[in-house]
Design a binder for this molecule. Sequence first.
Ligand code: PLI
Length: 456
Amino acid sequence: MKTIIEPFKIKSVEPIRFTTKEEREIILKDAGYNPFLIHADDVLIDLLTDSGTSAMSAAQWAGIMQGDESYAGSRSFYRFEAAIRKITGMKFIIPTHQGRAAEKILFSIVGGKGKYFPNNTHFDTTRANIEFSGAEADDFLNEIGKHPEIRADFKGNMDIEKLEKFIQEKGKENIPLCMITITNNSGGGQPVSMQNIRETKEVCTKYGIPLFIDACRFAENAYFIKIREKGYEHKSILEIVQEIFSYADGVTMSAKKDALVNIGGFLAMQDEKLATQCRNLLIVTEGFPTYGGLAGRDLEAVAQGLEEVLDENYLHYRIRSVAYLGDKLVAAGVPIIEPPGGHAIYLDAKRFLPEIPPYQFPGQAIVCALYIEGGIRSVEIGSVMFGKNDENGNMISPPMELVRLAIPRRVYTQSHIDYVSEVVIDAYKQRDKMRGLKFTYEAPMLRHFTAKFEPV
Ligand code: PLI
């Protein structure tokens, strides 16, 4: 088989700034050992997130020029609405400025004290918006998804039995909706199978609970279904995504992922009463229902991106280029979540640094090392992001300690990725030099964004 090439040519480039290791040591110390707090100009390869970091296409930039900036009834809104309706089949489509704005509106209405929201794994903003409303966010990831070293096709799946038991325990009247996140970002970018989405829907239907899909990476998930799930190999990506959403009663989406844009999101649903409530709140918090916190040009770019992301050549390159990095790391013995996910490689910090206990944040130690060694910015997804303190001040850690290397869409070439693998492999060889960290500052919510540390 020949090399799988980037399915695009580069028309516009952006320089990246080189720094020395000595400079990076000072920069990181000044930022309290938290790469969220360093200037992007001081980063060589930025793998902090795949969110809002895509390179847009010429057609998207052309759409930007054609954006209709009318306050109400913008032509760009109707294009946006049609693109989303074609994919999701949803009747009511509400633009928001990004994913968490959709979550905020939804959970302000359906959330509240005494309510429970199950998911395969809530993303941090989803969890935060649910908890902010006074409700509880509960994760039901399938057992296999909790074992980074086991290779399986659909490690993002919901544990259907546990979900059903939970519904019986808490009472269907206390569960306004159930969510499923595709792909499962916090669980390693792992896909969810069509069968699992169908079975989740069946349980929801049995108890009269609506199913909402967190659709950030729906196209990447659909591609995994095509190549891994029996019966889907000859279906088009559009057919697969339409089947996925046929099981949903609603959708939240950050368009900053699979819509290939730098800003945008939406909330969509079949229920008119709920849509009316959401639109009323949207007007207070985001804007009029035909722009909802976005400019007309943004709506155009989302509509175009949603068409481009369904291209199988693109998805083939996308999924393969992430796996390419994963394969190199595995060949060098670096522990990662296997198999590689759709948008990122997740280093398994527990196996990478078994000597550093979770309360000294092994993932954050790796994040710091990758920045100092190679100017690579990554993010910890472990005790810094999801750890909680009990009443005695002892930390309760999440099941996994991970470092995410998220790959922006259409941004880096194969040689950038080769460089990343060299830096990670070098860091792994020198892992006995890494030290744990402790907080010098932590915010009460979403603490990973602003936390400061010092080495122990
Ligand atoms: O960053 P937002 O507000 O546009 O989207 C929030 C959000 C919701 N769900 C999921 C699965 C996400 O991955 C997500 C955002 N993800 C970010 C920022 C990331 O770095 O993965």
